[in-house]
Write a protein that binds this ligand. Structure first.
Ligand code: MN
Length: 704
């Protein structure tokens, strides 16, 4: 008997003969392609694609998905190729099959990289055709069901991947039934001991609680009938094992704490009935304040809709209740797959699809802005755990963010330009720190300024993948372009005092140099010089050699200082040890990979560095520098109350800001205050110090 027979019976319940015949053709190709191949269980290989197809057939997926499911492994493991599939079944089917196939042609450096790249390929394919992920999930589900045949190490790896990626994807797509099975099978494979112990404990606890469950169920039924919602159905709900395990682990809840919560689901006809049912159960048992959630008015990101409430039940036991319509229940169980299973005109089902598509579109954007697949998969993982908060724009639009998201995440969720130029945030009309996590229902307004830029420090607190990748992307481009212009300047400066003043280096000469030093472009050469990875003088001597056929090493004349504008960005940094400000005599050092580090000339840390003429240079400040510069001062004061307030007052009177204060223990009479302040330049600093010196209790003030 053919392996096809059983599948055919399921297909016959919802497809016509013509489509079933097409599926049969696909089956024959797969059967032939896998001929002689065995699964680890000893079964013929073809049983696997047939099982995958059967899972999808039970979900009433269209004939193309079933065909793709039957042929999902032929591209990887057999002689059949995409060209053949296209000729035979058309591009749609060929693309579907290709979308679920792993990349096998490319050699990867590590398993992590291979996994990430395969995952990225699948996501991109599923953006084009959402059925790809349904086939992939069914494939994974059957592999999980037959996992026991794998060697232990592989078993654990697959189980871990399922828990980390496939279960969250199923969750993100609203496919609850898949998710539950993924999690329980994954849990059992990854932690067999814990699974067994927990499973036995749950079984026992459920037996003990049967009576009270029936009692509560009866009361709920009673009150619903009494309030004229007699068609309502009440179900007792059981938490799945992995859910219980996770609660114990993450929330440190005890086993009895979790088991002593009684959970029920009420299914009614219309969403209007949902709210009436809610009223009636609240009349029966008192609700626990703050535990009520209205996912009907604001559906979850995966389209999930329901009312949630928790009640104080008899004997003080908490009762969790979910109330929803049958259509909402279908979506809650099947998510985007509900579309195929219930070809109903219900708009809620369409919404779930729309939400899924929006999410996929977001992933596509994410992928375009991330450099490598490992970074991408990290970002996607962040995105897959949607503990969401909902906040409002000043116009009242709802923005959905991850729990813990900040105003900066909000700004990037609106538009990357808003994120890139945001300087401040108002939460409920009051200024709030950009780093403050937002909570549900807040109205958030972003203040932007032209010319403002993202700050690298934001990466420490933003939580959304989108904000992270936008900021990283900005910083990368920014650093690169700053390095290019600095490198160009450094190279040109090298020629300034040479006998031949090449104001402009000829392009063809430079091209040759670029090639001989193995750079891809002139820009890349400049970038390397600007970052301190390539010495400008070496490049200069090569140019000289090229032009004159001799090899003089030209070293930039140290007496011509290089000017700092203060706007170089990430390739010019000010040394933490001596904190120079405009007006100080300064020197610069090229630090490999980081650009120029500016020190004060009298800094103690630099004497040895100055020997290296290729890397050190005399620098000066441009005339009009805007910006604030950190510097340290030390103040000796009489030990007296209010002295810190007076110091702060004097500094702010002089229009400077305090960055940090450290107070040293004194000798009883005098003590030392070390201040880091922000000033414009030397003159400003002198002004601040005079102001401080004028305070009566100040004994002395000096720059560190
Ligand atoms: Mn497979």
């Amino acid at each position: 008997m053919s392996h096809f027979t059983e599948l055919k019976d399921v297909l016959a319940t919802y497809l016509d003969d013509e489509k079933i015949e097409l599926i049969h053709q696909a089956y024959l190709i797969a059967e032939k392609a896998h001929e002689g191949q065995m699964r680890r269980s000893g079964d013929p290989y073809i049983t696997h694609p047939v099982a995958v197809a059967t899972i999808l057939a039970h979900m009433h997926l269209d004939h193309e998905s079933i065909m793709a499911a039957l042929m999902h492994d032929v591209l990887e493991d057999t002689q059949v190729d995409k060209v053949y599939l296209t000729a035979r079944f058309g591009p749609q089917i060929a693309d579907l099959v290709d979308g679920v196939s792993k990349l096998t042609q490319i050699q990867f450096e590590s398993r992590a990289e291979a996994q990430a790249e395969n995952f990225r390929k699948m996501l991109l394919a599923m953006v084009r055709d959402i059925r790809v992920i349904l086939v992939k999930l069914a494939d994974r589900l059957h592999n999980m069901r037959t996992l026991k045949n794998m060697p232990p190490k592989k078993r654990r790896r697959i189980a871990k991947e399922t828990l980390e990626i496939y279960a969250p994807i199923a969750n993100r797509l609203g496919m609850h039934a898949f998710r539950i099975e993924f999690e329980d099978l994954g849990f059992a494979a990854l932690y067999p001991m814990r699974y067994r112990i927990l499973s036995a404990a749950v079984k026992k606890a459920r037996g003990n609680r049967r009576e009270i469950i029936n009692e509560i169920k009866k009361s709920l039924k009673g009150t619903l009938t009494q309030h004229n919602i007699p068609q309502a159905q009440v179900f007792g709900r059981q938490k799945h094992l992995y859910g219980i395990y996770r609660k114990m682990k993450v929330r440190h809840a005890s086993f009895s704490e979790i088991m002593d919560v009684y959970a029920f689901r009420i299914i009614v006809d219309t969403s209007d009935d949902c709210y009436r049912a809610l009223g009636s159960v609240h009349a029966l048992y008192k609700p626990i304040p703050e535990r009520f959630k209205d996912y009907i008015a604001i559906p979850k990101a995966n389209g999930y809709q329901s009312l949630h409430t928790t009640l104080f039940g008899p004997y003080g036991v908490p009762i969790e209740i979910q109330i929803r319509t049958l259509a909402m229940d279908h979506i809650a169980e099947n998510g985007i797959a509900a579309h195929w299973l219930y070809k109903s005109p219900d708009s809620a089902i369409g919404d779930a699809q729309l939400k899924a598509r929006e999410w996929l579109k977001g992933l596509l954007e994410l992928q375009q802005s991330t450099g490598n697949s490992l970074e991408f998969i990290e970002n996607v993982k962040i995105d897959l755990f949607p503990e969401d908060v909902y906040v409002f724009t000043p116009k009242g639009d709802i923005i959905e963010l991850r729990r813990g998201a900040t105003a900066v995440d909000f700004a990037y969720a609106i538009h990357s330009d808003i994120g890139n130029t945001c300087v401040a945030a108002k939460v409920e009309r009051r200024f709030a720190p950009l780093s403050m996590p937002l909570s549900n229902g807040q109205t958030v307004e972003i203040v932007t300024a032209p010319g403002a830029r993202p700050n690298a420090a934001w990466l420490n607190f933003v939580t959304t993948a989108r904000a992270k990748s936008c900021i990283r992307h900005y910083l990368k481009t920014q650093k690169r372009s700053a390095a290019i212009s600095l490198g160009k300047e450094l190279l040109e400066k090298t020629f300034e005092n040479s006998p031949q003043k090449y104001k402009k280096i000829k392009t063809d000469v430079l091209q040759d140099i670029v090639k001989s030093l193995h750079y891809k472009s002139t820009e890349e050469l400049y970038e390397a010089i600007g970052l301190g990875n390539q010495v400008a003088a070496v490049v200069a001597s090569k140019i000289h050699e090229k032009l004159h056929g001799e090899c003089d090493v030209i070293v930039g004349d140290a007496s011509v200082p290089m000017a700092i504008k203060g706007t170089e960005g990430m390739v010019v940094t000010y040394a933490e040890c001596c904190k120079p400000v405009p007006g100080d005599a300064i020197v610069g050092f090229l630090r490999a990979g980081r650009g120029i580090e500016v020190h004060r000339e009298q800094c103690n840390n630099i004497s040895h560095l100055r020997q290296d003429l290729n890397r050190s240079m005399v620098m000066c400040w441009e005339k009009h520098i805007h910006g604030e510069f950190k510097t340290d001062i030390k103040v000796r004061v009489l030990n007296q109350r209010w002295v810190l307030a007076q110091l702060a007052g004097a500094i702010s009177d002089a229009e400077a800001n305090i960055d940090n204060i450290i107070v040293d223990q004194g000798d009883g009479q005098l003590f030392t205050v070390n201040l880091t302040i922000m000033v414009r330049d030397r003159t400003h600093l002198d002004h601040v110090m005079r102001r401080i010196a004028a305070i009566k209790v100040v004994d002395s003030v000096e720059r560190v």
